[in-house]
Design a protein around this ligand. Structure first.
Ligand code: ZN
Length: 139
């Protein structure tokens, strides 16, 4: 059963925030182009989206995510960032910056990630999200 649907039905403010963060992060992190895909749960909570993406991924667990700012990159396909539809513009900006950092991490490594490494990658992405958000919004 598919637990999420991609959607283009998102407010202009969210779409614009995603696009600004996408192009900014691609340039700053020097990573290949990626697309932002908006998703909304077809049943249950936003967490069901992640379970579905994890299953698709072929390895059960990828990166931890927080509930409030919901984004995801699949480790098998770093060309797309999944972002929950309906977040505010600021939440969307932060989610895209965070996931872009995970893309940069994925480009640098191969093979399975240990639990310890995963925690380190998550800390790195969260730290990047904070500093990048400041720099992007501060102009
Ligand atoms: Zn993360």
């Amino acid at each position: 059963m598919k637990h999420y649907a991609t959607t283009d039905d998102v407010p202009m403010a969210q779409r614009f925030a995603a696009e600004v963060a996408r192009t900014w992060a691609m340039s700053e992190l020097n990573i290949d182009a990626f697309d932002v895909v908006f998703v909304s749960p077809t049943s249950g909570s936003i967490a069901s989206i992640y379970r579905h993406l994890d299953a698709l991924d072929g390895q059960h667990s990828t990166f931890d995510t927080r509930d409030a700012i919901a984004g995801r990159v699949r480790t098998c396909d770093a060309s797309q960032v999944y972002v929950a539809a309906g977040m505010t513009a600021n939440e969307t900006t932060r989610a895209v910056l965070h996931e872009a950092r995970h893309i940069a991490q994925l480009r640098r490594r191969t093979g399975r990630v240990t639990e310890l490494e995963r925690n380190e990658l998550e800390r790195d992405a969260t730290a990047y999200e904070r500093s990048a958000y400041r720099r992007l919004m501060g102009g």
